[in-house]
Write a new protein. Structure first.
Length: 392
């Protein structure tokens, strides 16, 4: 009876904590007494998860209740867990956690693949959703009793964490690799890579690590770099380097170069041709690039922050058709619009009208038309197409 009352009280407290975290657009953390038993219940409930970092620090045995939380933190640190949450799984997570909660337990922090409220980083998914789902798909079962990442995906997830989270929040540029904190992260990353037999660049610094992530397809997408909420300057430097590369791809002979992107929800509704007809009435379509279904996820990972999810179940609606366009009479904006701070041509807001008309034709809400906000973002799309073998 006492255990049942304690669980009910824990559930009430965790639900209240979750609501507060969700309002702040952060990530839920819960202290767990028996991490292995907790993770086993998650798996039994059909909630797919993976321990993200430092699997050797995960405590195998249950921790005594009433212990010193500070000493627990010193010994074990945080256990960061990536989850695939859908449907009732958020409610189930809190119910399971209530049975294992302890004030002196190990701090477990939870991130959803789609970055839903209460499982995100300052309103953003911790990893781009397409990347996060790809990471989770590679998980293995550790003999010690939990699922974890391994090999290249594991080391890439750590490198992403070091460059785009830890260093981005504190470093003004890649030249800050020798700061004490970043040096410690790089050293620990090198140890993990050696254990996993994954080669890293030599010398290992923020600059070489960013290039390594890009070469392996795990970099932070450009449009996230310019929007990321914690940036001490490093991401600005990396974004400027991206922009220099994009600018070399911009074609000549355009009054205003832009790209419209059509998603596969239009294809499924049989409205792709209608969308092209609408756009061609106001923009000159110079080229149409159609992407096969098997190639769409990989291409999408480079664009829109790797986030092509929609709805509470995180349905993937991927880009399928790219329209290389010229705007013969651009409406250049004198100042940024609050809701579209990177948009520099007012005509591109017509995509909203296209969406409304296509929604009426389909009988349901469709957001199937996207566009670049400016020439550099159009160059970013060209770069992604080129990397994946599409376009000239």
């Amino acid at each position: 009876m006492q255990n049942k009352l304690s669980t009910l009280l824990n559930h009430f407290l965790l639900r209240r904590k979750f609501r507060k975290i969700r309002k702040k657009h952060g990530a839920l953390s819960i202290r767990i007494a028996s991490v292995i038993a907790f993770l086993d219940e998650l798996q039994s409930a059909g909630i797919r998860y993976a321990v993200l970092r430092w699997p050797d620090k995960v405590p195998i045995e249950p921790l005594p209740r009433g212990g010193d939380a500070g000493k627990v933190d010193e010994r074990h640190g945080d256990v960061d867990i990536l989850l695939e949450l859908e449907g009732e799984s958020r409610r189930q997570l809190l119910e399971i956690a209530a049975r294992h909660y302890s004030k002196s337990g190990v701090s477990c922090e939870f991130y959803d693949t789609c970055g839903s409220g209460g499982f995100c980083y300052k309103h953003y998914p911790y990893y781009p959703p397409i990347m996060a789902r790809a990471l989770l798909a590679t998980r293995i079962f550790d003999p010690r009793g939990f699922f974890r990442l391994t090999g290249l995906p594991y080391i890439a997830s750590l490198a992403y964490h070091v460059v785009y989270h830890k260093a981005a929040a504190t470093c003004a540029s890649t030249a800050a690799s020798d700061t004490e904190t970043i040096s410690a992260y790089l050293a620990r990353l090198a140890e993990e890579a050696k254990a996993e037999r994954v080669p890293l660049p030599v010398p290992l610094d923020l600059n070489s690590l960013n290039r390594w992530l890009t070469a392996n397809g795990y970099e932070m997408p450009y449009d996230l770099k310019i929007r990321w909420p914690r940036n001490a300057g490093l991401l600005t430097q990396l974004a400027r380097e991206d922009e220099a590369r994009f600018s070399t791809l911009l074609p000549s002979g355009f009054n205003y170069f832009c790209i419209f992107i059509l998603r596969d929800d239009l294809e499924d509704a049989g409205l792709t041709d209608k969308a092209i007809e609408m756009i061609s009435a106001e923009f000159e379509i110079r080229q149409i690039i159609e992407v096969p279904k098997t190639e769409r996820r990989r291409l999408a990972s480079h664009l829109r922050g790797g986030n092509w999810m929609e709805g509470k179940h995180g349905e993937e609606i991927l880009p399928c058709t790219f329209l290389i366009c010229n705007d013969p009479a651009p409406q250049l904006l004198e100042s940024p619009l609050p809701q579209y701070p990177h948009l520099d041509n007012g005509n591109l807001r017509r995509k909203i009208t296209y969406r409304e008309k296509l929604s009426q034709l389909s009988g349901k809400r469709i957001y199937g038309v996207h566009s670049s906000d400016n020439a550099i973002e159009a160059g970013c799309v060209l770069d992604a197409l080129k990397r994946e073998g599409f376009g000239n």
